[in-house]
Design a protein around this ligand. Structure first.
Ligand code: MG
Length: 222
């Protein structure tokens, strides 16, 4: 096992992304790339391939905006009950290995732990209920409440105001390099890239950020 040296003692606040970072992104990929196209194809009486093509184009238009993770937006846009479909495959929602050990270690060391996510509150509710990791967070901030996605500096300004962290003593872990870049630009001192977002894809380390593949690399409490 590789151990990443990060200055735990200099860190007081830990900001954690949900999908891909703490939770296996396989659920989300399967949902948007298989289940939704399947239902969309049935509805419009077209092939799965055609449905997937059309949807991928639509997804691309809204990526990186609040629409992208807004389940109600997609329910309307696609005329499908998106929250109900998510509920159908809730058994696929999984926590990445050693996440709970890591959260417990942070608690032991009296760190403030915040979940910061672009996910819609309905998705957050469903996932925290299924995984039971909600109890570890001092607070949860969704970009819907902040008013902008994590890809924008505005989000981090609002997050600092609402969560009251000191950016000099803060660590952010996220599976999006774009988000890490924005957070770094805002002034978050410590950032780590979560490299293995989905159990179903080959993990690649980041060229720009220190990468963590498994949370057992972060268990050094010294
Ligand atoms: Mg993520």
């Amino acid at each position: 096992m590789n151990s990443i040296k990060f200055p735990l003692k200099d860190i007081q606040f830990v900001l954690l992304d949900m999908d891909g970072t703490l939770l296996d992104k396989y659920f989300d990929d399967y949902f948007w790339e298989h289940l939704v196209p399947e239902k969309y194809a049935e509805k419009h009486n077209i092939t799965f391939g055609k449905a997937k093509d059309e949807l991928m184009k639509l997804y691309r238009i809204h990526e990186g905006t609040l629409n992208w993770t807004d389940l109600d937006f997609w329910s309307k846009e696609l005329d499908l009950d998106i929250p109900a479909l998510k509920e159908q495959i809730r058994h696929l929602i999984e926590v990445h290995p050693h996440v709970e050990d890591f959260l417990k270690m942070l608690k032991r060391n009296k760190k403030k732990i915040f979940l910061v996510t672009n996910a819609h509150y309905k998705a957050v509710d469903l996932k925290l209920k299924k995984t039971r990791i909600g109890k570890y967070f001092d607070s949860v901030l969704s970009s819907f409440d902040a008013g902008s996605p994590k890809e924008s500096l505005e989000f981090w300004r609002e997050a600092e105001k609402r969560l009251g962290f000191d950016k000099e003593k803060t660590l952010l872990i996220d599976d999006s390099e774009e988000i890490l870049t924005t957070a770094k630009e805002y002034g978050i001192k410590h950032v780590l890239y979560k490299a293995k977002a989905s159990s179903n894809t080959i993990p690649k380390p980041s060229k720009d950020f220190l990468s963590v593949f498994d949370f057992n690399e972060l268990m050094d409490e010294s």
